[in-house]
Every structure is written in structure tokens, then in C-alpha cells.
Design a protein around this ligand. Structure first.
Ligand code: SF4
Ligand code: SF4
Length: 297
């Protein structure tokens, strides 16, 4: 009979930042988590639809086979999934990354002690437990506290959360544009307001539903070819004799590919709309803290 999936301690699915400054980027709360550094998105098809059944299968096998990594490994190797090449061969796509709950809200390490009654099984993994436990991705240091908090507040969904929290350019550029227009720093406490969170979520959701997203061999600003990666570029001047977009970094993060200058203008208008929506929500609740607004177009 399948083993019951135990409740997982909130505090420490990954050790590194389990409680930096009172919050965790890897496993922040029961509604979401990240597994990007364990290879979650390192597939040509890293859509939600492609990843979900794989994460489910790993969870089901691991728990139904007594949480024994060796037995799991043998069974997992027999499984047949639709062909889906890796984006980058050098990055390990760990087979022990799976859903941690029935509800498919949290993705995380099946070998972590918090899943296994204190036993740390991560030496079964290619990296070994010291590397697994000691890894901090750049979002921990490159995103400031308000930027981190904005992602934590806005998203309640493992798929989008992992994509956004590891996309430093996307988050920083959003902050840059809205703060420049406000003429002020975003206030952390305001990011918790429902309308503000919703507006922020609508911007971040572009990561999953972007009209101009290129094909499979992209992940954020990187594109992959023959298992090598390079920074993508949008050739505004060369292709269409137009100036680089003010949203260039955001467009690259969204994996944009354009055919015509009209595409670029439409993409800019969509982003502009999301920024305006955010500013409206943010300013409407600002009666306590009147905001200065600068024109920066
Ligand atoms: S990519 Fe960063 S935030 Fe995500 S699980 Fe790894 S260390 Fe945590
Ligand atoms: S064993 Fe290491 S690489 Fe594999 S899921 Fe766990 S933390 Fe990630």
C-alpha cells in the first residue's frame, strides 16, 4: 500500500536560506516553492504541462516505494516520459526533485531530512548533501529585500514562482521602472495589499503567457544551442531601424522574438499597461503615504 505523504516541515526543505531574515526563498510558504537549481526548468519543454506529470510521478514513486532512494532510482529508470532534451547538458536535472504534497503546490527535495523523519538522504544525489545543502542561488544576494518580498507576496504557484524568483533582471527592471515613475522606493508593507499583489502578479504572469515568447530553446534571457548557452539579443536597429526598447531587459527575460516593429510596439504597450495597472493599485492605497509621481517617459 502506498505510504502516506507526510506533512513536510515548513522551515527547511533546502538548508541554505531556510530562514534568512525570517523568510525563505526556496520554500517560503505552503502555497509555493522553488526547485530551479535542481534542474526544474532545464528542459527544452519546461512548460507547466510538461513538468507537472514528471514531478507527480517522482512523488508517487518515492512515497509508494518506502522512501528508499535506491529502489526509487530503479523504478524511475523504468519510467518512460515523452522525449524532452535538456537545455544544458552540464546542469544536473535531479530525479529526486518532486512534488512534496498531494495538492501539487510545493516542489522540493524528496531526499531532504524534513521529508524523511530526519534522515538526510541527499548523498544519493549526483551533487551530494554538502553541495545540496550549501547552495545559494544569486537571487539571495542580487535581489534586495523589497524585491524578494514582492515576488513572495505576489505569487502563490510553484511554477511561476520559481521562474520569477530566479529571474533577477525581470524583477529588478520592474522595480526600476515603477520606482522611477514614483520618484520613490516601493514600500515593503504596501506590497502586501491585495490590489497591489494582484497587479504585481499580472505583470509576473507574463512569464508564462507571453504573446511573443520564442520557441523551446530559451530560458529567460538565455538561448541554448548544441548544449551551449548565450545571451539573447533583440536587434532593433539592424532589423527594423528602431531604437532599442526601454523595456529591452524585460523583453529578453520574457524570451521575446519579434517579426516586425509593430510586434515590438505592441509588446511595449502590454508591459506599459501592466506597469500602469500596478502604479494605479499602489497609488490608490497611498492615502496614508502620499506619493510623489515623476514623469519619466
Ligand atoms: S534556485 Fe534559488 S530560490 Fe530556487 S530552490 Fe534553488 S536556491 Fe532556492
Ligand atoms: S538531492 Fe539535491 S539536487 Fe536533488 S532535489 Fe535534493 S537538493 Fe535538489
Amino acid at each position: 500500500m502506498a505510504e502516506r505523504i507526510p506533512p513536510v516541515r515548513q522551515s527547511a526543505i533546502r538548508d541554505p536560506q531556510s530562514a534568512i531574515d525570517g523568510y525563505s526563498l526556496c520554500q517560503p510558504d505552503p502555497s509555493k516553492s522553488c526547485g530551479a537549481c535542481c534542474g526544474l526548468y532545464n528542459w527544452e519543454d519546461h512548460s507547466r504541462a510538461a513538468l507537472t506529470p514528471v514531478l507527480e510521478k517522482r512523488r508517487d514513486l518515492f512515497f509508494s516505494l518506502g522512501r528508499d532512494p535506491g529502489v526509487f532510482q530503479k523504478a524511475y529508470d523504468q519510467e518512460i516520459f515523452p522525449p524532452n532534451p535538456k537545455l544544458l547538458e552540464e546542469i544536473h536535472n535531479c530525479e529526486f526533485l518532486g512534488f512534496l504534497d498531494r495538492e501539487r503546490k510545493r516542489v522540493g527535495c524528496l531526499l531532504h531530512p524534513s521529508v524523511n523523519e530526519g534522515r538526510d538522504l541527499r548523498d544519493y544525489c549526483f551533487y551530494g548533501k554538502e553541495i545540496c545543502a550549501g547552495h545559494f542561488c544569486p537571487s539571495h544576494t542580487h535581489l534586495n529585500r523589497a524585491e524578494q518580498k514582492s515576488v513572495l507576496a505576489a505569487l502563490e504557484d510553484w511554477y511561476l514562482y520559481g521562474l520569477v524568483v530566479t529571474d533577477i533582471d525581470l524583477v529588478k527592471e520592474f522595480f526600476h521602472h515603477v520606482q522611477t515613475r514614483l520618484g520613490d522606493s516601493l514600500r515593503e508593507e504596501r506590497l502586501e495589499e491585495t490590489r497591489v499583489r494582484k497587479a504585481l502578479r499580472e505583470f509576473f504572469a507574463l512569464k508564462e503567457s507571453w504573446k511573443f515568447a520564442a520557441g523551446r530553446k530559451r530560458l529567460g534571457k538565455y538561448y541554448f544551442s548544441h548544449s551551449e548557452y548565450q545571451l539573447a539579443r533583440i536587434e532593433y536597429e539592424k532589423n527594423w531601424r528602431i531604437k532599442p526598447s526601454r523595456f529591452d531587459k524585460i523583453l529578453l527575460s520574457l524570451e521575446s522574438e519579434f517579426q516586425t516593429p509593430e510586434d515590438v510596439f505592441e509588446a511595449e504597450a502590454i508591459i506599459e499597461g501592466k506597469i500602469a495597472g500596478f502604479l494605479k493599485a499602489y497609488e490608490e492605497g497611498s492615502s496614508i503615504f502620499p506619493l510623489r509621481r515623476l514623469c519619466c517617459r
